[in-house]
Design a protein around this ligand. Structure first.
Ligand code: C5P
Length: 243
């Protein structure tokens, strides 16, 4: 791992492996982590992890958002644990049995529970028949996930402070929905700037299109890293949070 690099996971939502590897090479001097999502993993399979990790030692976040019955999630988590991802996501909505299954099956990996997708707002929960506001549901799911063994949580920057108050300092809070001022929001609904997310207490910011859609992804990552360094210099000289 690169000490001194920014607490950012760049979402490599690339159309092909060559593009993902190129983006990874450009951003790894500046950020701690690269994130492989469903698009790349389903197209290229497990080999994609070694390809984007390369020789850089960058952390790998495998964002597969597992959701199935506990036995199936356990088998899936076991299958990917051998790739030694630093982070692996499961949907918190699977409940305690699913989260426990993933945690037990991937002991060397930070299992992070996805609370409510950052693309969803209060109206979406109502459509699904889920009572309460997004922030209430995120808090409820967070407490349940941590009680079930998750050491990481995924929520939007807007809920980070409330979640931190519920789960304490030792849980890694990961926030997608991060947009530097002036960036397009795209399909995200609950967004904040990188600086706001860190100030609210996020440990790791997931940022995709504002970096990968830039003319120079390396320069975009460097700019965000510099803004975080100005904000919290000490955070970049200590080891980044591990679960
Ligand atoms: O391009 P953008 O910055 O919106 O990318 C966000 C990334 O974070 C995507 O890869 C998406 O799958 C992921 N993600 C998310 N919301 C969650 C969990 C993961 O946007 N709740």
């Amino acid at each position: 791992m690169q000490h001194g690099s920014a607490p950012v996971a760049v979402a490599l939502d690339a159309p092909d492996l060559e593009c993902a590897a190129r983006w990874a090479g450009l951003v790894t001097p500046h950020v701690s982590t690269v994130k492989i999502g469903l698009e790349l993993y389903l197209r290229y399979g497990p080999d994609v992890v070694a390809t984007v990790r390369g020789a850089s030692g960058v952390r790998v976040f495998l964002d597969l958002k597992l959701l199935d019955i506990p036995a199936t999630v356990a088998a899936a988590a076991r299958a990917v644990a051998r790739l030694r991802p630093d982070y692996l996501t499961v949907h918190a909505s699977g409940g305690p049995g699913v989260i426990r299954a993933a945690v037990e099956a991937a002991p060397g990996t930070c299992v992070a529970a996805v609370t409510v997708l950052t693309s969803m707002g209060d109206g979406d929960l109502e459509t699904l028949g889920i009572p309460g506001s997004v922030s209430d549901v995120v808090r409820r799911l967070s407490v349940m996930a941590v009680a079930s063994g998750a050491r990481g949580l995924v929520c939007s920057p807007r809920e980070v402070a409330a979640v931190r108050a519920e789960v304490g300092p030792d849980i890694t809070l990961i926030t997608p929905g991060v947009r530097p001022a002036g960036s397009a929001v795209n399909d995200q609904a609950r967004v904040a700037t990188p600086e706001e997310a860190i100030r609210a207490g996020a440990d790791l910011l997931v940022i995709g299109r504002p970096i990968t859609g830039a003319a120079d992804p390396g320069a975009a990552a460097a700019t965000i890293a510099a803004s975080l360094r100005r904000l919290r210099p000490s955070s970049l000289s200590r080891p980044l949070p591990a679960c």
